[in-house]
Design a protein around this ligand. Structure first.
Ligand SMILES: NC(=O)c1ccc[n+]([C@@H]2O[C@H](COP(=O)([O-])OP(=O)(O)OC[C@H]3O[C@@H](n4cnc5c(N)ncnc54)[C@H](O)[C@@H]3O)[C@@H](O)[C@H]2O)c1
Ligand SMILES: [Zn+2]
Ligand SMILES: [Zn+2]
Length: 345
């Protein structure tokens, strides 16, 4: 089968790989129909993810059709249309029993990292019963591809951890796919203000069209003063970090109101200062999380019933055979205006 293979720092290539087979009783083999590229795949290519070794098929998002199942799979059968979660979970180990699937002792974020992933014609999915989700009959798959990772990430790590409330104030730093997913799902709770902050004018434009009440270009300076002015000098109840660099976490520390929450989503590759000399008396909560995808069933219902629509996040479409060009488009987002690309097999 055709697959996109990581070849070590900075390198990847389309390659012919053996078709995956069932190894454990609880495995499924899924024929991938749609997949996408994540910012995390670019982190891997940059050599920031040592657990992902050369030779690995990349990709941790997608939809497909079940091709084969092991004898221990009870919920799925060949021919079933499924969504593949970016998090594999056994459902039985102590972290899974706490709903913390991201730390499953035999799963977690392994697809396209520790085991071969979804940017291929077929993918091997361990713990299939608890890692696949049945797609509603007759629906367009594309919006559901946004549920493998980005919508649950924005919702769980940003909105739920950030305790967004009706009438509350929210600032989201980073208007990439993840920040925009947090913006879409924050609106379940009817906050009074959602301020989106980025340096990319086009992404801020998209944020406005998706419900941001204010968009602030942090490249222009004066970001903290602008947000404080919107909140009568208090700061925001929820500050969501959706970039993953020290400057944006520090910005959240400056934006959060007394009693508020900083919800970190960004993957940080370097040390970040925590300004307790100022925040110690502010009654703030700081949260971190690797997405668990526990909210997936709920978000699937919300997408199916059009209570949230992630389709505006899809900007480009390619055939799987064009995946190298798709990576180039995704990587050059400043010029191509790419958010999420869909690859069809
Ligand atoms: N916690 C998790 O489970 C989890 C899951 C998926 C992704 N992530 C992480 O979430 C983060 C966001 O992902 P994404 O795919 O949206 O990334 P992205 O790179 O597409 O978006 C980041 C945005 O931040 C903006 N930005 C960069 N520097 C800035 C600055 N100084 N001030 C303001 N804006 C700035 C960029 O213009 C861009 O729009 C990444 O760090 C990613 O690795 C975390
Ligand atoms: Zn991802
Ligand atoms: Zn587990």
């Amino acid at each position: 089968m055709q697959a996109l293979v990581y070849q070590g720092s900075g390198r990847m290539a389309r390659a012919e790989r053996p078709t995956p087979v069932v190894r454990d009783a609880t495995d499924a083999i899924v024929r991938v129909t749609k997949t996408t590229i994540c910012g995390t795949d670019l982190h891997i290519l940059a050599g920031h993810v040592p657990s992902c070794e050369p030779g690995r098929v990349l990709g941790h998002e997608g939809t497909g059709v079940v091709e084969t199942v092991g004898p221990g799979v009870t919920l799925f059968a060949p021919g079933d249309r499924v969504l593949i979660s970016c998090i594999t979970s056994c459902g039985r180990c102590p972290p899974c029993r706490k709903g913390m699937y991201s730390h499953c002792l035999t799963g977690g974020w392994i697809l396209g990292n520790r085991i071969d992933g979804t940017q291929a014609e077929q993918v091997h999915v361990p713990h299939a019963d608890t890692s696949l989700y049945r797609l509603p009959d007759g629906t367009d798959e594309e919006p559901f591809v946004m549920l493998s990772d980005i919508l649950p990430t924005g919702f769980e790590c940003g909105v739920l951890n950030g305790r967004v409330t009706p009438g509350g104030t929210v600032a989201i730093v980073g208007s990439g796919p993840i920040g925009l997913a947090a913006l879409l799902t924050a609106q379940f709770y009817a906050p009074a203000e959602v301020v989106m902050i980025d340096r990319d004018a086009h992404r801020l434009e998209v944020a406005r069209s998706l419900g941001a009440t204010t968009a602030v270009n942090s490249g222009d300076g004066g970001t903290v003063a602008q947000v404080l002015a919107l909140t009568a000098g208090r700061g925001v109840d929820t500050a969501i970090e959706a970039v993953g660099i020290p400057a944006t976490f520090n910005l959240c520390e400056d934006l959060v109101a007394a009693g508020g929450t900083i919800a970190n989503i960004g993957v940080h590759g370097s040390k970040v200062d925590l300004h307790l000399e100022r925040l110690w008396s502010h009654n703030v909560t700081i949260t971190t999380r690797l997405v668990d995808t526990v909210s997936l069933p709920m978000l699937m219902e919300a997408v199916h019933n059009r209570r949230v629509d992630p389709r505006p996040l899809i900007t480009h479409r390619f055939a799987l055979a064009e995946i190298v060009a798709a990576y180039a488009t995704f990587r050059d987002a400043a010029n191509t205006k790419a958010l999420k690309v869909i690859l069809t097999t």
